[in-house]
Design a binder for this molecule. Sequence first.
Ligand code: KG4
Ligand code: ZN
Length: 314
Amino acid sequence: MIILAIETSCDETSIAILKNQKVLSNITVSQILEQQKYGGVVPSLAAKLHLETIQKVLKKVFSETKIKPTEIDYIAYTEEPGLVICLQIGKAIAETLSLYLNKPLIPCNHLMGHIYASLIDSQKDWHFPALALIISGGHTQIYKLEKHLEFTLLGQTLDDAVGECLDKTAILLGYLYPGGPVIEKLALNGKKKYFFTLPKNDNSLDFSFSGLKSEIARLVAKEEKIAVSNLAYSLQSTIAEILKIKLKNTWEKTNAQTIIIGGGVIANNFLRNYLVASIKKWDNKINIHIPNQEYCTDNAAMIGILADYKVRLG
Ligand code: KG4
Ligand code: ZN
């Protein structure tokens, strides 16, 4: 089965071709350089850049894979959530291809895509029940899955997402968007010297990150000379700790056999290592699925693998 997948939900124009769950090509053009001067993503600029780029990306996946358009079996695209004007561009291209090639369309959910990214190049399938934690720029959510494609929301952030907290802190410190990779790099030379309140450290499965961001803003305003590396390390470790606590609470409530973590923030090596080591300590029989780093931030391959499961499971 050959699937062409399109992802345009935010500031990455990405198209992939997968054959029997193997990624043959996954081309992503990021708008980071253009968006950086605005300190975040401007939707109208994002849409304009998607339109300028998408045909070149489409051409490139076909030339890279040598797959002919007529060989494609399904056309998948990100339907939601995301910036509406950006989603519409991916949808319009997908619908046009579907019409002219006479191939079925598969609308996909972006967040599910982040979770299914962990099945790309994976030797094992998930064991159910499974837990899925999504940590991205726009979302922080925990789901339970009793079986494939059946997501039940158990908890989510009541305000900012984890990625948003990293992005806003980096800007506050004078760095450019996106903040996650900046904080990770700074933290490499840092130590835990600042002790922040663990946000929403209660029995609920919900999260909150706006207070943490405000606590940092107050600290930066108060201290004359802030040690940014130590601040970055302290922030990263506070986030790691609260994610671990919430995951553990959820795991204890659900007895999940598999824990999946997806979304751009899990590209962070410190978080990956910390969360994997913590989960193994609770029970080393838990199956841990985290996407390879190249499939953590937004990409079309994750939409392609999700579409593959949707087709196979009917
Ligand atoms: O999943 P994603 O690409 O887009 C959304 O669906 O939101 O996630 C983007 C988020 C941004 O907040 C970015 O700062 C964060 O992922 N991010 C990281 C890293 N790379 C990207 N956060 C921490 N460490 C990283 N290495
Ligand atoms: Zn995303």
